[in-house]
Design a protein around this ligand. Sequence first.
Ligand code: PAF
Length: 305
Amino acid sequence: MQIIESVAALRAALGECARTAFVPTMGNLHEGHLSLVRMARQNGEPVVASIFVNRLQFGPNEDFGRYPRTFERDCDALRTAGCDFVFAPDENELYPVPQTYRVSTPAGLGDILEGAFRPGFFEGVATVVLKLFGCVQPAVAVFGRKDYQQLLIIRDMVRQFELPVRILAGDIAREADGLAMSSRNGYLDAGERAEAPALFRALQELAQQVRALAADQPAGEPRKAENDAHSDPADDAFALEAAAALEHDACEALTARGWAPDYLTVRRRADLALPTAADLAQPGRLVALGAARLGTTRLIDNLEF
Ligand code: PAF
């Protein structure tokens, strides 16, 4: 495995490779990242992983300064996972002049949920990912489902800009107790670590309750809502209200355990819009997403159902 710090050296090393598979990261790698590298390995060659802590995606009060830098350990793990090149530019290399051109993300997807609680975050992510795509010119790039909204935004960006890269999604890697693996889990103290899986459990419970809403329709009622073509605004309003009440209860329950939730919500997988009654009635269309602070650490998670 070769470690490369400059764009020119990366281009020289990759030459005319037409099947490059790419995994962008900010380092402090865990099993989740390594599973993305293995997925990249199965879908292209050579495999390039980038390690770059991207200042543009951190808000003024966020953890850019304390974000863990574990370069040596990350390189050992990448080597073992089958990575061929680590692209590790410093800020002067990737942003030799201030990055005044930015990718602005669309209202309705970029400014809800994570975008609402972390203004500028998706603009920073989309900008660096576009830039990294320009440096690596991959045929395939792999992103984790853990950052669900990020994955949707990158897919959309690739589609709208006609970028010649196929986006693949890797599953969330979880600890034995259900906690989604995250570079930020390292911030948790022992008590917080023991409590942390409650976020995933809350999402599981919320998903089950929302699923039960659809099943609770009175027997013998025509299941109009199962067919989009016959979706009824009154059904939609009722479904939304019922789902919102469950989301509210889920937030209250986490708050009672000492968390500060930003949101726990059920959305459509395809676009993160609020679900219609038809979406609720059909399995496989929804995702429960949550973000909540435990002490000073903000955790996110999601569950497709
Ligand atoms: O998911 C991440 O680690 C980052 O947002 C990414 C995609 C590497 C961009 O900095």
